[in-house]
Design a protein around this ligand. Structure first.
Ligand code: SAM
Length: 364
């Protein structure tokens, strides 16, 4: 008997029924953003197993995703397995989620660009980020630096802070692949030794062995090929120079007292921008790139303040979840209501680990 599948957006699921029947023969639950549809759970009751219900759900929903120009995340094992057996659907998959709004900031709408740059600037003021930056500066352990480079310099405030380290004869450069970020940083530049260039981490516009120190903070999670970017940073570093990488381990993010938020994050993580474990991979990447004296420090932060949580974690930020970046609308309400309650009674707790990893370029 033929299986009919309909999309029920208000329930965020596809429903399958056998032709002429009203009883549900199966469902496929999904989360949809402006660019993505994530299939999170599929269920076919035992009496309908073996009747092609799962296949009908997969085919109908994936055809619709294609027609709507959506990328697909197969979170539920049924979708993962089914797509693996049907190569004609594999081009829909985002294999990993390396394309984030920060991957190519200039391709974002003007509103999103402004929102994201402002977001970087606000984050820089947070106690969490200041603490991580202090630890990073200590671990970087620069001795009398003359030339420093910040890769993916964003709003540019670290470059400005480093100006004091190199003195008037030195040079600190921030490089970012976004012209909008470079313009934003230039407007705020205040020291002659500071410069901002437009350039890609994957092809840095500097000669070999040029800098005494290169740093890169919360950028590699957005870069398509982090190892290639690291190779570039090592190339432009002089022998004996120091590299410092900082990145988040999004899989380390935990909450207490907000079970729906925890569950939403577990389901949503693959669909959220940059929800990767880049931080913990940095030590391995530097060792593999041939750096000496590699040290790796996990800086774990406990966040109890809503503004700070929202600035660091998209999953609690209304503006990201319900604004043009993710467009989740009402889907996010249950866990945002839970967050509101935790904020009101003072029990909000989110825990996150950010890694600081350093190494020295060996002499040839
Ligand atoms: C989350 S922001 C971090 C900015 C800054 N490092 C900070 O810690 O505040 C990521 C930055 O990396 C930049 N970016 C992303 N991919 C890049 C690439 N391939 N090359 C250079 N910059 C890149 C983005 O434009 C953005 O400014």
């Amino acid at each position: 008997m033929a299986v009919e599948v309909i999309n029920v957006p208000e329930a965020k699921r596809y429903e399958a029924r056998q032709e002429g029947e009203t009883e549900l023969a199966g469902i496929a639950e999904y989360i949809r953003t402006a660019e993505l549809v994530a299939f999170v759970h599929t269920e076919v009751p035992a009496k309908y197993e073996g009747k092609g219900v799962g296949a009908a759900l997969a085919r109908a929903s994936l055809d619709e995703a294609r027609a709507a120009n959506l990328r697909v995340l197969a979170i539920c094992p049924f979708y993962t397995g089914w797509i693996a057996r049907h190569p004609e659907y594999q081009d829909l998959l985002c294999v990993n989620n390396v394309r984030t709004p920060f991957t190519a900031l200039d391709e974002q709408s003007a509103d999103n660009r402004r929102f994201l740059l402002r977001h970087i600037e606000v984050a820089a003021q947070l106690p969490t980020i200041r603490r991580v930056r202090r630890r990073a500066l200590e671990a970087w352990d620069l001795q009398d630096p003359g030339r420093l480079l910040d890769v993916g310099s964003g709003a540019g405030e670290v470059v400005r802070d480093l100006a004091a380290l190199v003195g008037p004869a030195g040079e600190v450069i921030g490089v970012d692949n976004s012209q909008a970020a470079v313009d934003f940083a230039r407007e705020r530049a205040d020291a002659a030794v500071v410069r901002y260039d437009q350039g890609d981490a994957l092809a840095l516009p500097y000669p070999d062995d040029h800098f005494d120190g290169v740093r890169c903070e919360r950028v590699l999670q957005h870069v398509v090929d982090p190892d290639a970017a690291i190779a570039e940073m090592v190339r432009v570093l002089r022998p004996g120079g120091r590299v410092c990488l900082i990145d988040t381990d999004w899989e380390s993010m935990l909450f207490d007292g907000t079970p729906q938020l925890g569950e939403a994050y577990r389901k949503l993580a693959p669909a959220l921008p940059a929800a990767t474990s880049t931080g913990r991979t940095l030590r391995r990447r530097l060792v593999t790139a041939g750096l000496a004296d590699v040290s790796a420090e996990p800086v774990t932060v406990a966040i109890t303040d809503y503004a700070e949580a929202a600035a660091l974690m998209s999953v609690v930020d209304r503006a990201v979840l319900q604004g043009p970046l993710l467009n989740l609308g009402e889907t996010a309400e249950p866990w945002l209501a839970e967050v509101d309650r935790a904020v009101a009674d003072g029990t909000l707790l989110a825990v996150l680990t950010i890694w600081v990893v350093t190494g020295t370029k060996p002499a040839p």
